[in-house]
Design a protein around this ligand. Sequence first.
Ligand code: GDP
Length: 436
Amino acid sequence: MFNTLSDRLTSVLQNLRGKGRLSEADIDATCREIRVALLEADVALLVVRTFIAKIKERAKGAEVSGALNPAQQVIKIVNEELVGILGGETRRLNLAKNPPTVIMLAGLQGAGKTTLAGKLAKWLKTQGHTPMLVACDLQRPNAVTQLQVVGERAGVPVFAPEPGNGVGNPVDVARRGIEEARRAQHDIVLVDTAGRLGIDAELMQQAKDIRDAVQPEEVLFVVDAMVGQDAVNTAQAFADGVGFTGVVLTKLDGDARGGAALSVREVTGQPILFASNGEKLEDFDVFHPDRMASRILGMGDMLTLIEQAEQAFDQEKAEVAAQKMGSGQLTLEDFLEQMLAIRKMGPIANLLGMLPGAGQMKDQLAMLDEKHLDRVQAIIRGMTPAERDDPKIINASRRLRIANGSGVKVSDVNDLVNRFFDARKMMSQMAGRFGM
Ligand code: GDP
């Protein structure tokens, strides 16, 4: 899911990375590419328009032009808007003050309601609840048996109409199910309802009647994310016909384009609560808009890193340092300052661990030696301001004094000074190449 979209967006944003400043034309071009990527992923046009308009407005505003790194700022904006479209904050289930909490599941046949009932029940158990399932899908042959199988696997009781009593009335079954839950002291009741292959008036009426009878805290609209644009139309029909308080996306493990997932919340105004991503009972997650967005943008915890950097660095000082780097005038004093700012953000291994792809470098990261950084800090602190300002004056006798003063070997001081000169040279060459 989202692979193509994710690849496209990642490469659009990657193209920004090398850039120092962004012109209006850069922003327009980026927005055009994002727009195409979203449309190809089947995101509803209305949603794409709103999204692009917001990105453009923010990217062209002061937020970006005053930023230390405009490209990163645009990435941040795209991410924030994506999180917004996906619902912003993670939305938790509403629980009743007087149990049982009733949760009704609605959606088309085949959307994955029955499977979801089992997944949700199992998850609720791990959260310390005592759920019960009620089988109100009396239309589809075997639906009751299927729910009973799922319930057994999840280790949760199922209330169902007695066999041999004819088809029965789903509203009546729902009502009796809740009474039974109250009697047996289950704190949450999940009501599985019938779906049809397409939307029809009878289906809507039945769902509405069940809703009126059981007064649920939550009506969850279950939607198959693989059906594309149709998901949005179905969602709208259920919103108008029955009304729902939240959305569950199923089949997120499929390789479809995923636009539905990105549109449903914005179109219906109702949050996505859960995501189902496989046929097994464990293939189920609470839906976190922020994590989903960073998954789509393929950025690891890059965004946390950008935020931490914003907090740790003094923008003016960082700009001065960047200029000095570019012109080969960086001093050891600047170097020390930058290093202290970086270290304020936490252990270096953690910082690097947040970069995309860092998972594969775990072993190398573990070897990163904070003690080495302590030593570098101690050596620079052992220098006089004049030495930090112009490391060229650090001759043999000064090196000995610094080494003794900071408790290291002379070779360590040599090493640091030589590496500093090398790095300074490299930085100004790089700056020349990238036109900084
Ligand atoms: P209902 O008619 O809405 O109750 O749908 P079901 O729960 O019977 O699911 C329909 C089909 O979709 C079944 O074959 C399920 O195994 C499958 N299914 C449900 N959820 C998922 C999912 O998240 N991923 C995949 N791959 N299949 C799913």
